[in-house]
Structure formats: C-alpha cells, structure tokens
Design a binder for this molecule. Structure first.
Ligand SMILES: *Cc1c(COP(=O)(O)O)cnc(C)c1O
Length: 525
C-alpha cells in the first residue's frame, strides 16, 4: 500500500524506516542527499589529510556531544552538520593523496553506492531465507576469485571481516585437519588433542601478527609459531624452511601448517610461493597463503607474476579493503578443497537444520565462523563490474609506480636513507640527521628509551606532520632503528604529492635539528 498508514504517522514523530510509504521514501532521499552533501563539504572537499587536532582537543570536542537525548531527537540536517563538522572533519581523510600511513585505502565510488544498498536491504549471509539472491551472488564472486587465484573446480570460500579472520580460519582448519589425519582426533568435538602442546606452524619472521594471535586463540599459544629466517629481500627462505621442518620433526614436534605471506605489511615482501608450495606438498603440511595485501596483484598485468604458485596453497586470505579499494570491512577466505569446510560445520534447527543439508538451498553459515554477516560481496561485485578488469589492474599498477617514483626521490636526497627498493607500494626510509651525532638539539629526550637521537628525530617528524595535518605517514622499525613508512594505496597519489611531502619532512627535520632545546627559536642554517 502506498501513502502513509496510520501507524507511522501516529506512533512516530517522523519517518524512521524506509518502506512503501511515500513520506518514508521522501525522507530517505532527503537524508541520503543530505549525507552526500555533508560528506562532500566536510570530508572529500578538504585539502589536507588531517585537521591536525591533537587527542586532547579532540577529546574535549567529542566529549561535548550528547549521546542520547531523553525527549526531542535532533533533526537530521542539524545532526548531519554536527557529524560533518565534529567527526568527519577530524578524521583521517583517506582520499587525500598524502594520507599514506597504512594499508588503508580510498574506497571506490561504486562500492559507496553498493554500501547504501547493502545497508538498506540488510541481508544476512548466514541463511538462505535471509539472503537469497545475495547468497548466490556471493558464491558467484567466490568462484570468480578462486579462478583468479588459480584454484580449480573443488575450491570454495566465504567472505570475511578481513585478514585477521581469514588467517584464523586457515590456521584453525589446518590444525583440525592435521589432528584428524594424524590422530583420528576431532577437535571440534573433542577439543585439543593431548599432543596439542607440540603442534607447530611456520611462517616468515615478517608474517603478520594475526598469525600469532590465531595460534593463541586456537589454544596453541605463541610457542606454536616458529619464525623462519628471511633472505635479503625479507622473503621466507625455502632452504631455511626445509631445515626448520627437519629440526622440528627431529625434536618430536608436529609442524602442521606453513603460513606464507604475499605482501608483508612493512616491505610488501612476497614469499616464494611455488617453492614453498612444493615443500608443503612434499611434507604433507597445510599451506596457508596470507595474501591480504598482495592478492590484488592478480589483477595486475605487470605484477601478477609475483603470485605464481599461489594456487598450490590449501587456503588463501585476501583482503578487499586494501588494494581492492573497498570500504572497510571486506575480505575473503578461500579453500582449495571445499570438503574441508566440514571441519567447522555447525547446524542449528532454526537456521540450517540438518535435515536440509545437501538438499535445500545453501546456508553460507556452514562455511563461516561468523553467524550474522554483511553482504559485503556486493560492493566488490559492483566495483569489479563497473571498473572492469583492465582498469582495475591499472589502478593497482599506478600505486606501485608512484611508490617506485617515491623511492627514487628519496634515494636522490642526501638527507634520507632508503631502507629497501619497494617490491610493490610501501616505501620505508629515514631522515638522516645533517649535523653530526651529539651536535643537534633534542638529544636528551631520547635517553633511557633505547632510541637514538636519529630515532627520536624521525618520531618527532612524523608527529609534526600529523599535528600540522600536512601528512599522515607511518613509523616502523628496520633493523632496530625507527623509520618512516609510506603505504601508497591511493591511485590519486602521484610523485608531485610525494615531492611536497619530502620537502616538508626535510624542512621539519632541519628545524628540529637546529631548534634550541626548551625554546622555539631556530639557529641559522
Ligand atoms: C592487513 C593484514 C592482515 C590483517 O587483516 P585485517 O583485514 O586488518 O584483519 C593480515 N595479514 C596481512 C599481510 C595484512 O596486510
């Protein structure tokens, strides 16, 4: 029925749900266009990656906002304006070319439109009767991803909240598969096997911390994670991997999984996947590839080769809220042999009753560690469909080109040290003090922290950039020393932006070196 029914006009002061009534639809259109307007004015239109407000000032600002009024709610135009001026304006502006700290991407516009559809239709991916077409579209996309990454007919997968969850699933299935194959032990039913304390998983020293986290959540502890030495380019060394497996076996330990990384967080190193897959297969060890970051290289004609061999993995993590330019959160877990999803299957009479298994329509909950789950597949689908594969690959390539150009600019400057040639799109470097060690200001600040004066200088440079709002960049450590890191995930970032940023860093660095301690005065150059 069109037109307002009595219920909505009598009970509610204003339309609150989008439905068949014309007034609700008019209110929805007004809210969405109001939201778009605020977003453009208070976010996308800004010219710096951050407002520069420090935590104290911001805490007061946010602290002054009332949460839930007792009687009169705030009208939407006013509320949107408040969110724009207080929240959006003081957010990290991910679309700014110099918001380049983390694996944190600007989201594609087709995905933003998709988010509106996802939120409003609110499908839940756990059961067919909450997500009919959505279930089928997610499965279709999973098949496409499996093909993209070189998986065959028997593969399957599921969308996840991101790399942490996907890595957890891979390591969990590896553990449970191993216990079943080796000891006939069903972890889902029986809990950890008596030998659990001797289970080990291998990964490179540079693997993401979610691997350790998964080991601890899975009851194996950090002790279960055995780091394998990396080569000069920070990739897991296959020879060392072989040696480590042999050592573990000789010590009576049980190596049940290898986690290779395709794109490490700091240096974007891609482990030699083919060689590792061969070793894993030979030893009958589950190989999980964490391609949270690097998975998107599969779209690139230029860099796709870095993923050669990934199809040999038993399971794969891919994140879409990184180099696939999707709004947070969006990821997937892919499994080469779909039968292994049985290891985590659960049934509930109200959701996916046992008597419907295999006969009725699919209930995706059987493949997930989540129950209620968003239809995030839609935004990836709409992005791929709108952008097209070639252009998508070019977006990826462009970020890599910019990173390589940034590295060149850094290498040319005597006041910077480039830590490594970028593999893909991270650039790690440090400001090198121009005055001799012991000569420049602010050195006392570093005493007792284990930081050198140069370390302290780099930390302060990063803080200053954030406080000015002129650059949002990251810090990390390389061989124990503090470094600056650019993670260039924005196709709109070009060498011209990096040039401006580096100039600013050089200026701040010099000012800090020549600043008189306890004063703001600067000595002449
Ligand atoms: C980002 C990342 C993760 C964690 O993924 P989330 O989506 O943040 O949970 C895991 N591994 C690698 C290599 C990553 O880059």
């Amino acid at each position: 029925m069109k037109g307002d029914n009595n219920m909505s006009s009598d009970i509610f002061k204003q339309p609150l749900f989008l439905h068949s009534s014309e007034s609700s639809q008019a209110a929805y259109r007004a809210m969405m266009s109001g939201a778009a307007d605020v977003l453009v004015r208070h976010y996308a239109g800004l010219e710096q990656p951050y407002s520069g407000l420090g935590p104290d000032v911001l805490e007061r600002l946010i602290g002054n906002i009332e949460v839930c009024p007792e009687e009169e709610g705030m009208p939407m135009p006013e509320l949107l304006e408040l969110m724009g001026s207080a929240v959006l304006r003081n957010s990290a502006i991910v679309t700014d070319p110099l918001c380049i700290a983390h694996l944190h991407c600007p989201p594609l516009m087709p995905a933003l439109a998709a988010e509106a559809l996802i939120a409003a239709s609110n499908q839940s991916m756990d059961s067919w009767d909450q997500s009919m077409a959505a279930t089928l579209l997610e499965e279709k996309l999973i098949r496409w991803l499996n093909e993209l990454l070189g998986y065959g007919q028997h593969a399957d997968g599921v969308f996840t909240s991101g790399g942490t969850q996907s890595n957890f699933m891979g390591i969990m299935l590896a553990r449970d598969h191993y216990a079943l194959e080796r000891w006939g032990w069903n972890v889902q039913q029986q809990g950890l096997p008596p030998e659990a304390g001797r289970l080990r998983l291998l990964c490179s020293e540079e693997a993401h911390f979610s691997v350790k986290q998964a080991a601890s959540l899975l009851g194996l502890g950090h002790q279960a994670v055995v780091p394998v030495k990396t080569d000069a380019r920070r990739r897991m060394c296959p020879l060392r991997l072989e040696e480590t497996i042999a050592r573990l076996v000789s010590e009576g330990l049980y190596p049940f999984a290898i986690v290779a990384t395709a794109g490490t967080t700091d240096y974007a190193a891609v482990d030699p996947l083919s060689a590792i897959a061969e070793i894993a297969a030979r030893h009958g060890i589950w190989l999980h590839v964490d391609a949270a970051y690097g998975g998107a290289l599969a779209l690139s004609s230029q860099y796709g080769g870095l993923l050669d061999g990934i199809g040999g993995a038993d399971s794969i993590t891919v994140d879409f809220h990184k180099l696939f330019f999707q709004p947070i959160s969006c990821g997937a877990f892919l499994l080469r042999d779909k039968r292994r999803f049985r290891l985590l299957r659960l049934t509930a009479d109200y959701l996916n009753p046992e008597d419907e298994e295999g006969t009725g329509p699919p209930n995706l909950v059987v493949k997930s560690v989540q129950t209620t789950r968003r239809f995030d597949a839609l935004k990836l689908y709409m992005s791929l469909k709108h952008v097209g594969r070639r252009q998508f690959g070019e977006l990826v390539d462009r970020t890599i080109r910019t990173a390589k150009a940034a590295a060149e600019l850094i290498r040319r400057e005597s006041c910077f040290t480039l830590m490594a040639d970028p593999v893909i799109n991270t650039v790690v470097f440090a400001y090198r003090p121009q005055l001799a060690e012991g000569r420049f200001a602010g050195q006392s600040a570093s005493s007792g922290t284990g930081l050198t004066a140069a370390d302290q200088l780099n930390l302060t440079i990063r803080e200053r950039l954030l406080a000015e709002g002129t650059g949002v960049i990251a810090r990390t450590k390389s061989d124990g020393r503090v470094c600056l890191k650019l993670t260039i995930l924005n196709p709109l970032t070009g060498p011209q932006h990096i040039t401006v940023l580096l100039e600013r860093i050089r200026t701040i660095g010099w000012e800090l070196e020549t600043e008189i301690p306890n004063g703001k005065e600067t000595v002449a150059r």
